[in-house]
Design a protein around this ligand. Structure first.
Ligand SMILES: [Zn+2]
Length: 346
């Protein structure tokens, strides 16, 4: 229904009927607005009709003008009524289309959880950073010198039997059996004072049982300076163990043997379950947690450090063991499983 079609001769009754049908059939407010423009706008049918009145004979002009005004008003009220009806209908159906169940409780977003090995490593890093230690890292694929020779473990040395290794096929390189090669590499690159901890994965061809896996994690420490003594090692072990396990723990230091330290010592903390009386979780009230000792003079030399001027101590612990003791985890293999229920406990 474009304006050009209409003129002063337009059949007004026919126009009203047509407009009524179209307005009643308009499905939405946008269609109604377009009809309003087509019918009543500046270029609309009614405007053209009213303009056309001027060409009529004078005796017809008044009657037809009055009728045209009535038609214009009628169309306006039809448009207004239909607009109101559509708005009412929209409000009525919105309850059906956009309803909301206010009793519905959505599932909460699940937060992730740090692995116990990450938690324990965070603790260890924080404890040692407070006394000036830095974190040092090194390669997991090592050569024989850094993994064995420089640590006083030559070929045929019995210590190699306890570190049954993974060698790369067709290569003398191996997956490191401990994090000690990081100490050698750090000594080669730095002169004392040295205070580092070296955390990371290590690999041994052990059977996988509740206490051993072919991949596990260690954290080692190394402190080298002038006049470092065994009493410094003892104080550091006590500080570390009590920071990690609690100030009430007692510390036991016993003689041990490692090729790379002299003298060597093992450290144990009193059992947190039985308080040191002895129970199924401990060995006579004690839990062994680390090996340590004064760095062997030859190891210092292998790292490029003069043992006549500097001395130092080193210690190493299994991160899994620390986490098992701190969080009371029974089976080492749980660390490698993908059971999220395990993680949520900590
Ligand atoms: Zn116990």
């Amino acid at each position: 229904m474009q304006g050009g079609q209409a003129s002063g001769t337009a059949d007004l009754d026919q126009l009203v009927r047509s407009a009524r049908e179209q307005i009643a059939a308009a499905p939405d407010e946008a269609t109604l607005e377009q009809l309003r423009i087509d019918l009543l706008g500046k270029k609309g049918v009614m405007t053209a009709t009213l303009r056309g009145l001027g060409s009529l004979p004078a005796d017809q002009r008044a009657a037809r003008g009055a009728r045209a005004n009535d038609v214009k008003n009628e169309i306006e009220s039809m448009l207004t009524a239909r607009t109101g009806a559509l708005a009412d209908a929209r409000l009525e159906t919105i309850g059906e289309r956009e309803w909301m169940d206010v009793t519905f409780v959505p599932a909460l977003a699940r937060r992730g959880h740090l692995h116990p090995l990450s938690l324990i490593l965070r603790d260890v890093k924080a404890i040692f950073s407070r006394i000036g230690y830095e974190v040092a890292l090194g390669p997991e694929v090592e050569d024989d010198f850094h993994n064995f020779e420089a640590l006083n473990i030559p070929a045929e040395h019995p210590a190699r039997d306890t570190m049954d290794s993974f060698y790369l096929e067709g290569s003398p390189l191996l997956l490191r059996t401990h994090t000690s090669p990081v100490q050698i590499r750090y000594m080669q690159a730095h002169q004392p004072p040295i205070r580092i901890i070296a955390p990371g994965a290590v690999y041994r061809r052990d059977a996988t049982d509740p206490y051993h896996g072919s991949q596990f994690h260690q954290v080692e420490g190394l402190c080298i300076d002038e006049d470092i003594r065994f009493s410094d090692l003892k104080g550091t072990i006590e500080y570390f163990c009590r920071s990690l396990f609690g100030a009430d723990r007692r510390i036991r230091i016993t003689g041990d043997h490692f090729p790379f330290t002299e003298p060597s010592a093992g450290a144990a903390v009193s059992c947190g379950i039985c308080g040191g009386a002895g129970c199924r979780s401990c060995k006579g009230g004690w839990l062994e947690i680390l090996g340590s000792g004064m760095v062997h003079p030859q190891v210092l030399r292998n790292g490029g450090i003069d043992p006549a001027r500097f001395s130092g101590f080193a210690f190493g612990a299994g991160l899994e063991r620390l986490a098992m003791l701190k969080y009371k985890i029974a089976d080492l293999r749980a660390f490698l499983d993908d059971d999220v229920r395990f993680l949520r406990q900590f």
